[in-house]
Design a protein around this ligand. Structure first.
Ligand code: ADP
Ligand code: MG
Length: 669
């Protein structure tokens, strides 16, 4: 943004009168151009009634009478146009009383080519410049508006050949929600060349002149705004620069008091002055600091030139002065007005905006990228198919990738899974099309997908196999441990092995004496067990050997139903309580045990002893029965002897001794 005060220039209209002394042009103490207006004494004493004689005004530049059009153009217009071509709005307006040379300065004089004013020179300059910049695309549009009695007229309406200004299409002011001014019915015409533009200017000026009659000198009482609309787009740029260049020929600034002729003209004068009055008010408001409200809307002209006055515009004013004796007061008024205008600071910004088409393309690209990112993030495939352009791009990328001799070369297709998959498909097609050329690659390539295809399935199977393997390992470990345990037991000797077998049987019988059998009779007092509680005396008197015999007998008699001699049955009994694994281990142990022969020998020995014990048991039972019988006889003899005691001792005592002897003998059988 550039802050710039409105530039003010003064132009003195040539006059035929050679009188001098009415004005001076020089530089003031600060080196600024100064226009001094010298009021003749008679005038000062008369009309103006002001004692002051000299009025000095500062300007950016003052063009004296002899200044030619080209110099005015170069100083005033060219910098504004240069900025307009860059994208800054510009306004040049001429202000002064009727006949002071405004139209001559803005449009030019009709007589000589060199009298061309700022508008035709600007058009020429614009098209020249455009031609010198082929890298930029400019478009030039033109509109021409005349404001008369607060009405706008389109001077470039091609349908009308107006006899009167009022017959031209009326232009209306429209304001949008953002308070931007729009001119309805004002046609805007594209000019492709300087000639086109000049034709438009000519047409507008023609309409302007036709509408003017001696009774209706609209040109002096109306404001004319010739606008060049410029757009510039640099090649490859996404932005467009736009600028409006207003070239304004204002109505004469003379006062009402000077114009009063008749009713009609007075009305016009009132309007002229009203709109200029409003212009003055706008200028005044803008030149005052901290002034909030600027009355742009009071007149059409100030509304249209709103941006030019205190807005986004580089504005230049040319104050035209006709320094005749009779015009001194108007000239002073014009210069005073210029001084106020010079206080206005405009804020100029570059009118750069994105090209809507480029914006749409950019948004589309962003949208596509976002969709790709979304697809990557969610893992969801995009539903839309790739466009033919994208497919072609994939083809070209793969082709380039394969042709690239750099082994480190990469194929980067961004994040779009569709593109990535498309590239893979293209690659596969290449490989399949040329299997002979690259057999190894084909093999490698064809192997790869198949292994990829079964990947997840193989993982599952591997996991199952691993689990099975662990299970088997555990089972083997258990079996090995069991084997070790059994070996340890076996290493304790043959006795242990037998113990295991016999303990099982003994426990199942009487659960009294857990002392293992070792193939010999017990030594010493092995047991206190009484086999016949009622007849304790007799038994207690028996020797330890007898006890053992008794025990064995008891054992045998009670265990007749057991299967101690039946190896297979015993084994079945032992194994019956075992798990299958244990049984298996036991079988292996039995088969491989190094003292197996001893076990077998022990088994045979045990069998033999068992048979002997059985026979002894039977013998013992017989003896016991005999003894019981003898005891009964003894008891009868005692009863008989007690009964015969009265008769004296007889042969009964002899019988008792005999029986007792038999009992004793039976004991030692
Ligand atoms: P305005 O538009 O301010 O009413 P014009 O531009 O119509 O005044 O000027 C009035 C007359 O003066 C015209 O005939 C014009 O040719 C002539 N004139 C004005 N300024 C100059 C100038 N600088 N050089 C030669 N002729 C001029
Ligand atoms: Mg004029």
């Amino acid at each position: 943004m550039v802050k710039q005060t409105i530039q003010i220039f003064a132009r003195i209209k040539p006059t035929k009168q050679t009188k001098t002394g009415l004005y001076e042009i020089d530089d003031d103490d600060e080196g600024c151009p100064r226009l001094q207006l010298i009021v003749p004494r008679e005038l000062a004493a008369g009309f103006i009634n002001n004692k002051k004689e000299n009025y000095s005004f500062r300007f950016n530049k003052i063009f004296d009478q002899k200044t030619l059009q080209d110099e005015v153009f170069a100083c005033v217009a060219q910098p504004v146009i240069d900025n307009a071509l860059q994208g800054f709005n510009g306004t040049i307006f001429a202000y002064g009383q009727t006949g002071s040379g405004k139209t001559f300065t803005i449009t030019g004089g009709p007589e000589r080519y060199s009298d061309r004013g700022i508008i035709p020179r600007s058009l020429s300059y614009i098209f020249d410049t455009v031609e010198k910049q082929p890298d930029k695309v400019y478009t030039v549009h033109i509109s021409y508006l005349e404001i008369y009695n607060e009405n706008g007229y389109d001077l470039l309406d091609p349908k009308h050949e107006a006899a009167k200004l009022e017959e031209l299409p009326k232009v209306c002011l429209m304001e949008d929600a953002d308070q931007n001014i729009h001119l309805k019915n004002l046609t805007v015409h594209q000019a492709g060349s300087e000639e086109d533009a000049l034709n438009l200017l000519f047409m507008g000026d023609t309409n302007r002149m036709i509408a003017e009659t001696p009774m209706n000198q609209a040109s002096s009482r109306s404001h004319c705004i010739f606008t060049v609309h410029l757009t510039c787009k640099e090649e490859g740029s996404v932005t467009i620069r736009k600028a409006k260049l207003h070239l304004v020929d204002l109505a004469g600034s003379e006062r009402v008091s000077k114009t009063g002729v008749n009713g009609a003209i007075l009305t016009e004068a009132k309007y002229i002055n009203l709109s200029l009055h409003y212009l003055e008010q706008v200028i005044l408001a803008l030149s005052e600091k901290n002034r909030q409200h600027v009355p742009y809307r009071n007149s059409m002209m100030t509304s249209v030139l709103r941006d030019s006055l205190g807005g986004n515009c580089m504005t230049t004013m040319i104050a035209t002065c006709s320094l005749d004796k009779s015009n001194m007061d108007e000239s002073i008024s014009t210069c005073r007005f210029a001084q106020r205008v010079a206080m206005i600071k405009n804020e100029v910004t570059l009118n750069e905006e994105l090209d809507p088409r480029l914006l749409i393309a950019k948004l589309k690209r962003e949208n596509a990228e976002l969709r790709e990112q979304l697809a990557m993030a969610t893992g969801e495939q995009l539903s839309e198919e790739l466009s033919p352009e994208n497919i072609e791009r994939c083809e070209n990328s793969v082709k380039f990738y394969l042709q690239d001799s750099d082994p480190e070369g990469t194929l980067n297709m961004g994040h779009d899974l569709r593109k990535i998959q498309r590239c893979f498909r293209i690659l596969k097609r290449y490989v399949l099309e040329k299997p002979q050329a690259q057999p190894q690659q084909v093999e490698a390539f064809s192997r790869e997908p198949s292994s990829l295809d079964v990947g997840p399935y193989r993982d599952t199977e591997t996991r199952k196999l691993k689990e099975l393997l662990e299970q088997r390992d555990n089972e083997i470990n258990i079996l090995v441990n069991m084997l070790k345990l059994e070996r340890k037991r076996a290493s304790d000797g043959q006795r242990s092995a037998l113990t295991m077998a016999s303990r099982t049987s003994v426990h199942s019988v009487h659960n009294v004496n857990s002392e293992p059998l070792n193939g010999h009779h017990h030594q010493g007092e092995a047991a206190n067990t009484s086999m016949d509680n009622g007849k304790g005396d007799l038994i207690n008197r028996a020797t330890s050997e007898e006890n053992i015999k008794r025990q064995d007998t008891f054992y045998v008699s009670r265990s007749t139903s057991t299967t101690i001699d039946d190896g297979d049955s015993m084994k079945a009994k032992i194994l019956g309580d075992m798990s299958l694994g244990r049984q298996e281990a036991f079988d292996i142990f039995m088969r491989d045990y190094r003292d197996r022969d001893k076990i077998e020998a022990n088994k045979q020995f045990l069998k033999k002893r068992y048979t002997e014990a059985k026979a002894l048991g039977e013998q013992l039972n017989n003896s016991k029965q005999k003894m019981n019988h003898l005891k009964k006889i003894l008891a009868q003899i005692r009863i008989q002897s007690e009964m015969s005691d009265h008769a004296g001792p007889g042969g009964d005592n002899q019988m008792e001794v005999e029986v007792r002897k038999q009992v004793e003998e039976e004991k030692f059988v």
